[in-house]
Design a protein around this ligand. Structure first.
Ligand code: PLP
Length: 326
């Protein structure tokens, strides 16, 4: 039997398990454009409860969910304050500007991933026709594997409230943060106007992201999703995977964190906070790892991500591959 490849490129590489596929095959479906898909409806109700919001909406991707959130908070010519390292700013092809006519004001992330709140406040524009209207503060948790503590959010949300800004949280990996902090996810979302959370990262679903907010906000996001071409038909098949992921794959994220910790220790990398290990690359290292069945994304700084499809034996193989590189 061939030894399985250890794929550390991302926690998005997982394949649905047999049990998840069975749940998908059993899903009752209907046309979600008409609101007729009972599995999608169940997922949306269940997510609203888990995250502590009035309503939620199922999206095909996190990129589209974040963009719909930006478009639902901001009008043409409005501004979003966002970290330079934030996915929404850096890795979503400038969608907010391209499709939403929203100006991003990027702020340098501090080493712990947070934004300095004095800098955030200084970036809010005065009410003057020279300036875009600063409308939204967008944060992220986890950000590049780092967990943002609740206390920081309390301060950031208080500032946003005082200055009349709406708030959005890209919680693509919020469950990793919740498991790490030992807090329910509802606690990390409290106070935000909207949260986007992916089912297709550590939770192991093949696709899908939930956007959470008030009923009124979700009604606007529904329109944005339509504009962006994200409304699907018998999509209960994917929603069933999402429900399965929320029910079965949250607590086990602690295993991914433990695997990441062991990997970091084994290869002499800094200790991770969640499921991402970072270390500087060396010429030839990526190719050497590939020869030993360990796949990583090339780059000057390597990001190694643990997930549902990498077990303890896989971590041992990865450590051995790193340590035989001369
Ligand atoms: C923090 C964060 N937000 C949003 C996304 C976008 O998700 P998707 O790939 O489903 O568009 C990602 C994807 O990796 C992410 O890491």
């Amino acid at each position: 039997m061939n030894t399985p490849v250890v794929d550390l490129r991302s926690d998005t590489v997982t394949r649905p398990s047999k049990a998840m596929r069975e749940a998908m095959a059993r899903a009752e479906v209907g046309d979600d454009v008409f609101g007729d898909d009972p599995t999608v409806n169940r997922l949306q109700e269940s997510a609203a409860e888990i995250f502590g919001f009035e309503a939620s909406l199922f999206f095909p991707t996190g990129t589209q969910s974040n963009l719909a959130a930006l478009m639902s908070h901001c009008q043409r010519g409005d501004e979003v304050l966002v970290g330079m390292e934030a996915h929404t700013y850096r890795y979503e092809a400038g969608g907010g500007a391209v499709l939403g006519s929203i100006q991003p004001q990027a702020i340098v992330n501090q080493p712990d991933g947070t934004l300095d709140l004095a800098q955030v406040e200084a970036a809010i524009k005065p009410d003057d026709p020279h300036f875009a209207k600063t409308r939204l503060l967008a944060l992220e948790n986890t950000i590049t594997g780092r967990v943002i503590p609740r206390k920081y959010f309390d301060e950031a949300l208080a500032l946003a409230k005082r200055r009349g800004l709406a708030t959005h949280l890209d919680g693509a990996r919020i469950f990793n943060a919740a498991v790490k902090l030992g807090l329910p996810v509802i606690e990390l979302c409290r106070g935000f106007d909207s949260v986007s959370s992916c089912l297709s990262k550590g939770l192991g679903a093949p696709a899908g992201t939930m956007l959470l907010g008030s009923k009124e906000f979700i009604a606007r996001a529904r329109r944005a999703r339509k504009i962006l071409g994200g409304v699907m038909r018998q999509v209960g098949i994917l929603a069933a995977a999402g429900l399965y992921a929320l029910e079965r794959n949250v607590e086990r994220l602690a295993e991914d964190h433990a695997n990441a910790e062991r990997l970091a220790k084994g290869i002499g990398a800094p200790a991770p906070q969640t499921n991402m290990v970072f270390l500087d690359s060396r010429p030839g290292l990526v190719e050497h790892l590939a020869k030993h069945g360990v796949i990583v994304l090339p780059g000057a700084r390597l990001r190694l991500v643990t997930h549902l499809d990498v077990d303890a034996a896989g971590i041992d193989r990865a450590i051995a591959a790193f340590n035989t590189f001369k």
